[in-house]
Design a protein around this ligand. Sequence first.
Ligand code: NAD
Length: 303
Amino acid sequence: MHSGGSGLFPGARSPRGSKDRSLVSNLPSITLNNGVVMPQLGFGVWQVPDDEATATVATALEAGYRSIDTAAIYENEVGTGKALASSGIAREELFVTTKMWNSATETWTREGVLREFDASLDRLGLDYVDLYLIHWPRAMRDDYVTVYRTLVEIAAEGRAKAIGVSNFKRPQLERVIADTSVVPAVNQIELHPNFPQAELRAFHAEQGIATEAWSPLGQGRGLLEDATLARVAAKHGKSPAQVVLRWHLQLGNVAIPKSATPSRIRENIDLAGFELDADDLTAIAGLDTGTRVGPDPDDFDWN
Ligand code: NAD
């Protein structure tokens, strides 16, 4: 994995003209372990109702985002797909991620996984996704290797340009790599300054797995009111959210902040033209409390 260097959205055109291009042109992309280029900043749509997703995703696309992170369980693939279709943006300029849900009532078979994947494509109105992820390992059910093997098949058919996992810890990553010899392109995990995941990031780097941060702003709960962040933000004339997102970019993470508020959607992608220095990074490192805002994957088996 390395920085693409050619801008977050190479060749991206704003659907309403080119005036937005300067907002995004200095933001980076990364190259995944199979050569697929992924924007380092995307837009997450968890908790956006389906009937609001079309307008919200359209706002994000107009602001310059080209990468959208949804999931079957978010129940907004239909609304998201409508925004993609009506955006006027060429399919190859978009990067669409969705995720295969766990179901505590079902142990996944190959056929079940293929059925779930087809249903997601259908809801999105797409014939391929850029990234397909296993949403949670639910290791206690021991079916994630079957699911992953089927994702390998889907990738071989070109129906997902890249495949990966989410909420996997090191033992599950080691197992899928050992059993299939296919290294996940991405592991999407909870990661923000209060929970920076240093060990898992180091393992990802060793293995060539891109680290994608979910809840990159800590869900906005408390973190964005932190006094240290306020000080760093004031120093750069930026908001605390912009400082946190800049921190993700400088660490090499992919980040997928969510907002339903148009001004914040635009603010969260306006990250060009400033850089955190060593003092800033040291100050932010001091915010590590080891606390999650979401569940520990070892215990998570919701449906
Ligand atoms: P987030 O860290 O992106 O925080 C979003 C919240 O922060 C918003 O609802 C808002 O309250 C606040 N906020 C956003 N921008 C702001 C700004 N500029 N100023 C002030 N407050 C601001 O949290 P999230 O939505 O949990 O995570 C982002 C995305 O990650 C989700 O939408 C989803 O796509 C993905 N996700 C994945 C998993 C997984 O299991 N793989 C789990 C959770 C989230």
